[in-house]
Design a protein around this ligand. Structure first.
Ligand code: MN
Length: 135
């Protein structure tokens, strides 16, 4: 019997995320593209092992709800936080950070991202192998 989210996911897998903003393979199912007020978007992201976002900021913050696997969240200049099912990450506005899978595990989170006139995200540089290997 499969008890893993990986084998029995809550949400169907979405489309591959843009290679310009991610390293490795991650898939985004945009569950709520933007709510009717335009205030926030909700997406389910599945990262394959070692895949991750680029460094980025959110003009009005973001909340991550971890539903499966093992992953990391790191703010610039801070130690990485290790994440697993049930963890909640509250990301403040304009704080540079990345999130993604652990080296040997897939990782799934729901992302609730507040929207502004400047959009939901500003993409920055890739998380280098050196940065990732030094977690
Ligand atoms: Mn983020």
């Amino acid at each position: 019997m499969n008890t893993s989210e990986k084998d029995n996911p809550i949400f169907p897998q979405g489309e591959r995320t843009p290679a310009d903003y991610f390293i490795g393979t991650a898939r985004l199912n945009l569950l709520v593209p933007l709510d009717e007020t335009g205030s926030y978007a909700v997406g389910n992201v599945v990262f394959e092992p070692a895949s991750r976002t680029n460094w980025h900021t959110h003009p009005a913050g973001q909340i991550l709800l971890v539903t499966d696997g093992k992953g990391h969240y790191q703010e610039k200049g801070q130690p990485a936080r290790h994440l697993s099912k049930g963890d909640v990450v509250v990301i403040p506005s304009l704080v540079e950070h990345w999130h993604g899978a652990a080296r040997d595990n897939s990782f799934t989170h729901i992302a609730i991202t507040n929207n502004t006139a400047e959009g939901t995200v500003k993409w920055l540089d890739p998380v280098t192998d050196e940065e990732y290997n030094n977690l």
